[in-house]
Every structure is written in C-alpha cells, then in structure tokens.
Design a binder for this molecule. Structure first.
Ligand code: ATP
Ligand code: MG
Length: 200
C-alpha cells in the first residue's frame, strides 16, 4: 500500500522548516512521497495581507524540492481554484489514489487550530493525522483531543528551526541574506521571478 504524506501550506516562500518537516516525516513514517500542497487561496490568511501569486509560490516550491527524494510540489489546489479547503484536497487525493494511505502532516501550531477547520469531520475520516513537533516539550494533548481520542495521531519530532515565511519575506524585502534558510535553487527562482521585491 502506498503511503502518501500531505503537507499543506501557503509556502510564501517555502523554507528549510517546511523541507525538514517533510523529509523527517518521509523517513520516520516510511512514506513513499510527501506532497507539498501549495494553497491557492489559504482562507485563514486571505484578507490579512497581500499574498504572492499561487503559481509563483508553486514555482519556488518546485525548485526547492527538485532532486529531493520523495518530495513533490502539488498543484492540486491551484488547479481547483478558489479558496483552498483541506477537505476538498483529501477527497480528491482519496479518489486519485484509492489504495493509498493518506497521512496529513502539520506543525503543532496548525494542529492546535484543527477544531476550527471547515468540514473537519470529513477530513478525519479520510486521513491519518501527523503532528510535527518542533523541539521542546511535545504538546501532544491538544491534537489528540481534537482528533477524537480513539483515532491515533502520529507525532514526528524535528529539530527546532525558528523561522517562518513571514520573517523570510521581511529579510528578502530588506535585501538581507536568506542563504541556507531557503534552498539555493529556490532563491534563484525567487530572483528570476522578481518576488519579494528582490531582483537580479
Ligand atoms: P507564515 O509565517 O506566513 O505563517 P509559515 O512559515 O508558518 O508561514 P506556512 O505555509 O504557514 O509557513 O506553513 C505550512 C506548514 O509548515 C504548517 O503545517 C506549519 O506548521 C509548518 N511549518 C511552518 N514553519 C515551520 C518550521 N519552522 N518548522 C517546521 N514546520 C513549520
Ligand atoms: Mg504559519
């Protein structure tokens, strides 16, 4: 049975935190692949700030995972268009991969908000939940509780990488280095596309 990991995000831009999370899930859970699903319109973030065009965010993720075993950028939410709901994405993946086990991975910050997700009950029936714990004490209780006790929640512990896309956007805007925080190929893609007010 194929085991497919799903790591959704805005990836504005993708960074080493996302990539380490994906790679460690791949290895710890013996996943055949991990899809980095680029949100078309992340409904939790729209209205709060200007987002980079989805196709551009996708291009940068594609560059970042090029040549990385088992990691793949997914265009599925961009193709569907409109606001991106995880329930629609897992439904679609379920149909596309009828025999596969789907494992939905997320950081503990996202897992803490699980209960507020659209059609959460539907998602629950279709995937195994994976919480990526970043260093420190693993806050296992919250996700477990929201997931409904009986069903198991898997935990993958990764090193603490205290970086966020928000912080990287700010660094890029100021012309500061993001070397090693974003893979080199992805940085080149950002420059080529002239994103985050960086050119060259
Ligand atoms: P923003 O600063 O805009 O919120 P972000 O860096 O948090 O961006 P997202 O696209 O929101 O990135 O996150 C996608 C997924 O990656 C989420 O499940 C999130 O928990 C996880 N994630 C984000 N940053 C890290 C990190 N530094 N280490 C591990 N996982 C991370
Ligand atoms: Mg975030």
């Amino acid at each position: 049975m194929e085991r497919i990991g799903i790591l959704g995000g805005t990836f504005d831009p993708v960074h080493v935190g996302h990539l380490v999370a994906a790679c460690w899930c791949r290895d710890a859970l013996e996943l055949d692949r991990v899809l980095l699903v680029v949100a078309n319109e992340p409904w939790q973030k729209t209205g709060t700030r200007e987002l980079t065009a989805a196709e551009d965010r996708f291009a940068v993720v594609t560059a970042a995972v090029e040549g990385v075993d088992g990691l793949q950028a997914s265009h599925i939410e961009i193709e569907r268009g409109g606001p991106s709901y995880t329930a629609d994405t897992v439904q679609e993946l379920r149909v596309a991969h009828p025999g596969a086990e789907l494992l939905l991975a997320m950081g503990s910050d996202v897992a803490a908000e699980l209960g507020t997700w659209h059609r959460f009950e539907e998602i629950k029936g279709l995937v195994t939940l994976v919480v990526v714990d970043r260093g420190g004490a693993a806050p296992k209780g919250a996700a477990q509780e929201r997931w409904g006790g009986a069903r198991s929640v898997l935990h993958v512990r990764i090193p603490t990488l205290e970086i966020s896309s928000s912080e990287l956007r700010e660094r890029l805007r100021r012309g500061r280095s993001v070397d090693f925080l974003i893979p080199e190929r992805a940085i080149r893609c950002i420059r080529r596309l002239g994103l985050y007010s960086v050119s060259g």
